[in-house]
Design a protein around this ligand. Structure first.
Ligand SMILES: [Zn+2]
Length: 214
C-alpha cells in the first residue's frame, strides 16, 4: 500500500469500544482449532454489523428500505472533505457549523469530532443534529461519515439517519479521525460483500487529492 494512504479504520478486537457498551454488541473471537490439538489454526468471529467502522444501509432505519444486496461501493468512494468539529464546545454538529465549512455538492463529508479522542464510550458523544443532516442533504453531498459509533443520539424518530439514508446518502460510522487534519482528500471505503443486511463493516482510507483537483 502507498505510504500516502492513511488508514482511518477502527481496529476490531475483543474488548473494543462498542455502542453504549451493550453486551450483545461485544466482538467475540472463537478459536475452533489449534495447532496443538488439530494441526491447524482456525476460528470464527461473532460481531454486530455496526462494529467499529461500518456503513449503514437504508434498511437500518427505514422499514422496507434497501439492504446491502445491491450496495454500490461507488457511493462511498471519491473526493472528500474532512471538517473539524473537535474544538467546538457544543456536542451537536448543526447547520450553522456546517455552513461555515467549504463543502461542495457531491463531496463525501467526514466529520471529525471530540469522539476521535475518547478512550471509552461517551454517552454524551458528539453527533450530527437533524438541521446539519438536512443542510448536507440539500447540498446534495455524496455520503457522510463521522467518528461516532452512531451518527445521532436522543433525536426521536432518527431524523438524521432518515434525512440522509432516505435520499441515497450513505452514512459511514466509527471512523478513526484523531490523526487526520481538516481539508480535502480522496476517500476510499470498501465494505464486506454481505448480502441482505442493514450494516456493512468496512475498511476506510484517505489519500491526498491529485494535484489537478486541489
Ligand atoms: Zn450503524
Amino acid at each position: 500500500m502507498s505510504s500516502e494512504m492513511k488508514d482511518i479504520t477502527m481496529p476490531i478486537y475483543e474488548g473494543m469500544m462498542v455502542y453504549k457498551n451493550k453486551p450483545e454488541k461485544q466482538f467475540k473471537s472463537i478459536q475452533r482449532a489449534t495447532h496443538a490439538e488439530n494441526g491447524y489454526h482456525e476460528g470464527s468471529v461473532c460481531m454486530d454489523l455496526h462494529t467499529g467502522t461500518h456503513i449503514d444501509m437504508p434498511l437500518h432505519v427505514i422499514d422496507g428500505g434497501a439492504d446491502s444486496t445491491h450496495f454500490d461501493t461507488d457511493s462511498v468512494n471519491g473526493p472528500c472533505v474532512v471538517v473539524d468539529f473537535s474544538k467546538e464546545t457544543s456536542r451537536a454538529v448543526d447547520a450553522n457549523f456546517l455552513k461555515k465549512q467549504s463543502i461542495l455538492e457531491g463531496d463525501i463529508v467526514l466529520i471529525k469530532t471530540k469522539n476521535s479522542y475518547a478512550e471509552a464510550f461517551d454517552f454524551e458523544f458528539d453527533f450530527l443534529e437533524a438541521s446539519g443532516a438536512v443542510y448536507l442533504r440539500d447540498l446534495q453531498v455524496k455520503a457522510v461519515g463521522i467518528d461516532a459509533l452512531g451518527i445521532e443520539r436522543n433525536q426521536p424518530g432518527q431524523p438524521t439517519h432518515k434525512a440522509l439514508l432516505g435520499n441515497g446518502i450513505y452514512i459511514i460510522e466509527g471512523l478513526a479521525l484523531k490523526a487526520v487534519e481538516s481539508g480535502r482528500y480522496l476517500f476510499h471505503c470498501f465494505p464486506l460483500k454481505i448480502m441482505g443486511v442493514e450494516g456493512l463493516p468496512a475498511r476506510a482510507f484517505l489519500s491526498p487529492l491529485p494535484e489537478e483537483e486541489k
